[in-house]
Design a protein around this ligand. Structure first.
Ligand SMILES: [Zn+2]
Ligand SMILES: [Zn+2]
Length: 220
């Protein structure tokens, strides 16, 4: 058990400090059950123990001990009230129960028809609602971001698809160009060969012509 309260309980801490004498009996009981395991001697003066350790108690059990649902209707409190035995109910549920049975629904202690507004539970409900609203806000902001990211991803993927298409077209063009270049090279080689042959033929003809010329000269 720690003697220091959590920072988030500080608001209730100051409020509860003023209402120390109104500390719910159920809390005192829980605290006493806890203490009895360690220090049974404290039970000799429960009132004194409750007062002395109420701050410690509050730190250990607040806010987990505060119920958010009515024990009668099992639904979240509607206009919560608290009995003298520190059990919480909807005002409507408590009054309806009282017309049928004047004992507490939870512990069977006589309620004497006393139902006080459960300020601490109302506060807790308000806090929970505030937390829930903040969470909803956070989640919707995250969803918005995620949806924007999906949009971005879609745009990028579209761009990538277009680039792939363009590259494919370029590859096709390059292949065409390579083929054309090969054909041209082949043609050029053929032309070179033909030119060689023509040159050879011309040379041979020239040799023949020269020989003929010599023959003619000798003959003359
Ligand atoms: Zn109820
Ligand atoms: Zn009760």
């Amino acid at each position: 058990m720690s003697d220091s309260g959590e920072p988030e309980t500080s608001v209730q801490e100051s409020q509860l400090a003023e209402q120390e004498d109104e500390m719910p009996k159920s809390w005192k009981k829980r605290m006493l059950d806890e203490d009895s395991k360690n220090e049974s001697s404290r039970l000799k003066n429960p009132k004194k123990v409750a007062k002395r350790t109420s701050r410690k108690l509050e730190a250990d059990f607040e806010p987990a001990v505060l119920p958010l649902d009515c024990s009668i209707c099992k639904r979240p409190f509607l206009d919560p009230v608290v009995t003298n035995c520190y059990h919480y109910f909807c005002k409507k549920c408590a009054l309806k129960r009282h017309t049928e049975n004047n004992k507490c629904f939870v512990c069977n202690e006589p309620t004497l028809g006393v139902f006080s507004t459960a300020v601490e539970v109302k506060q807790r409900i308000a806090e929970t609602q505030k937390e829930a609203r903040a969470m909803v806000k956070e989640v919707s902001a995250m969803l918005e971001k995620a949806s924007a990211m999906v949009d971005d991803a879609r745009v990028i993927s579209e761009k990538a698809a277009k680039m792939v298409e363009e590259v494919e077209i370029m590859v096709e063009k390059a292949a065409d160009m390579a083929m054309t270049a090969e054909e041209t090279a082949t043609k050029a080689a053929k032309m070179v060969r033909e030119a060689d042959i023509t040159m050879e033929t011309a040379k041979a003809k020239m040799v023949k012509a020269l020989a003929l010329t010599k023959t003619v000269m000798w003959t003359v």
